[in-house]
Design a protein around this ligand. Structure first.
Ligand SMILES: CC(C)(COP(=O)(O)OP(=O)(O)OC[C@H]1O[C@@H](n2cnc3c(N)ncnc32)[C@H](O)[C@@H]1OP(=O)(O)O)[C@@H](O)C(=O)NCCC(=O)NCCS
Length: 166
């Protein structure tokens, strides 16, 4: 593995307002319909679980934002930089969220994903999430169209595959 692809020292930290310039740069790079700064600021102000994953020298390689309800967690955003994918970073972020679910007695983690996002759906299925529903026209799409969301869910009690943190 080249030094450039050595992500071993990546550090997980709470997302802060100070990290939002880097977060928004990655958000804008990855999504055709990105979250706004206001979406992130509101999430932080609401006390959502929000983390960044950065290299030792400071480069941002991923982040996640999740909202905890009474007994379930809703994953609102999980993003890994294109050059850092398939190195276990989403697994690491999800494993941390599963840990929070256990601490807060949340039995399930939920998320929505675009129907066309086969990469993320594949990764989520691989990590033990099930496709349990569909929300019609949930997402904006090019030329004023809408795209369905696939609803996915993880039973925290059965999330053993995410227990082993590196
Ligand atoms: C989806 C995403 C977060 C995955 O991040 P990642 O860091 O590449 O994922 P990981 O490397 O942790 O992979 C997790 C597991 O899923 C598997 N996986 C990853 N991509 C996969 C794919 N396209 N198909 C099948 N399995 C896949 C990996 O092999 C890994 O399993 P393993 O640990 O047993 O080897 C990343 O592709 C991304 O940021 N995509 C763009 C943003 C996005 O779509 N976010 C989700 C919106 S709902």
């Amino acid at each position: 593995m080249s030094a450039r692809l050595d992500f071993g020292g990546a550090a997980l930290r709470p997302m802060t307002v100070a990290s939002l310039d880097d977060v928004l740069a990655l958000e804008d790079e990855v999504y055709p319909f990105p979250w706004s700064r206001g979406n992130f600021v509101d999430s932080l102000a609401s006390g959502y679980t929000a983390w960044t994953l950065s290299l030792a020298e400071g480069g941002l390689i991923g982040y996640c934002v999740a909202m905890t309800g009474v007994d379930e967690m809703h994953l609102l955003n999980i993003t890994v930089a294109p050059a850092a994918r398939r190195h276990g970073h989403a697994r690491r972020l999800l494993a941390g969220l599963v840990q929070v679910c256990r601490e807060r007695a949340c039995g399930r983690l939920w998320l929505e994903v675009r129907e066309s996002n086969v990469e993320a759906r594949g990764a989520y299925r691989h990590l033990g999430l099930d496709e349990v529903g569909r929300r019609k026209g949930y997402y904006p799409a090019p030329e004023g169209r809408r795209e369905d969301a696939i609803v996915m869910s993880l039973d925290i009690a059965a999330a053993g595959a995410l227990d082993a943190l590196d």
